[in-house]
Design a binder for this molecule. Structure first.
Ligand code: ADP
Ligand code: MG
Length: 230
């Protein structure tokens, strides 16, 4: 279980996060929404381990996340692909660093999101939405128990978004991962999440928690019709 405890973060004199606390249970799907600039991406950078907290702690099964590197699959808001590496090489980067590249699965998953013919292309040959899907697959493919996705589908057209949402739900159901994602779409949060955390304006704190009232069968129904449409 992931436990965020009283974290605070400032950039110079700008306090972005103030006393943010919440837990994410194993296998839970949690959405984070809040005004633009409230600090959602900053929060995810802390959980993703690419930036350090000023105060408070982030614990994964009781252990500080800083000492458990590599346990979180993090997809930043900007795709951040390395321009000199091919799409496939970008996706296997994290695994290469951990000395366990699995090109086969990377190719299989890139094919699933419609990028099979681009594996040897370079990032600048892809549209923004395609780059976002590459970044998404990079976070997914290393098979971490927790995924932090920062506005994963914001650059996609409506059809591709529905397809990706349905696919994410099916992966979540099959592998029982904990998923934490930021979205500016309340509709998307209601569709995907078990629970929605609403951040206040900066300095952000958790203003409200909403338990999504849908039962799984209802979501299943929406998911199937979404997949069918796409
Ligand atoms: P959100 O994702 O909710 O839109 P962000 O976390 O990206 O918000 O940003 C929150 C605030 O922190 C913004 O005012 C932004 O300008 C500021 N900020 C984010 N990153 C940095 C940084 N590295 N240095 C200085 N200010 C930053
Ligand atoms: Mg953001």
């Amino acid at each position: 279980m992931l436990s965020i405890q009283n974290i605070a973060k400032s950039f110079d004199t700008l306090q972005v996060l103030e006393d943010v606390s919440f837990d994410v249970k194993d296998g839970e799907f949690v959405a984070i929404v809040g005004p633009s600039g409230s600090g959602k991406s900053t929060l995810f950078q802390l959980i993703g381990g690419v930036s350090a907290v000023d105060q408070g702690s982030i614990l994964l099964n009781g252990e500080d996340i800083q000492r458990k590197r590599g346990t979180i699959g993090y997809m930043p808001q900007q795709p951040c692909l390395l321009p000199w590496r091919t799409i496939l090489e970008n996706v296997t980067l994290v695994e290469e660093l951990q000395h366990q590249p699995n090109a086969e699965r990377a190719i299989e998953w890139l094919e699933k999101v419609g990028l099979g013919s681009f594996i040897h292309a370079y990032p600048n040959e892809l549209s923004g939405g395609m780059q976002q899907r590459v970044s998404f697959i990079r976070a997914m493919v290393s098979d971490k128990p927790i995924l932090c996705l920062d506005e994963p589908f914001s650059a996609l057209d409506e059809f591709t978004r529905l397809e990706m949402q349905a696919w994410l739900l099916s992966i979540w159901e099959a592998y029982r991962k904990s998923i934490l994602f930021v979205t500016h779409s309340i509709e998307e949060a209601l569709f995907l999440a078990d629970r929605i955390l609403v951040l206040s304006k900066r300095p952000a704190t958790v203003k409200k928690e909403i338990i999504v009232p849908f039962e799984r069968p209802r979501k299943e129904e929406i998911r199937h019709s979404a997949a069918f449409t796409a």
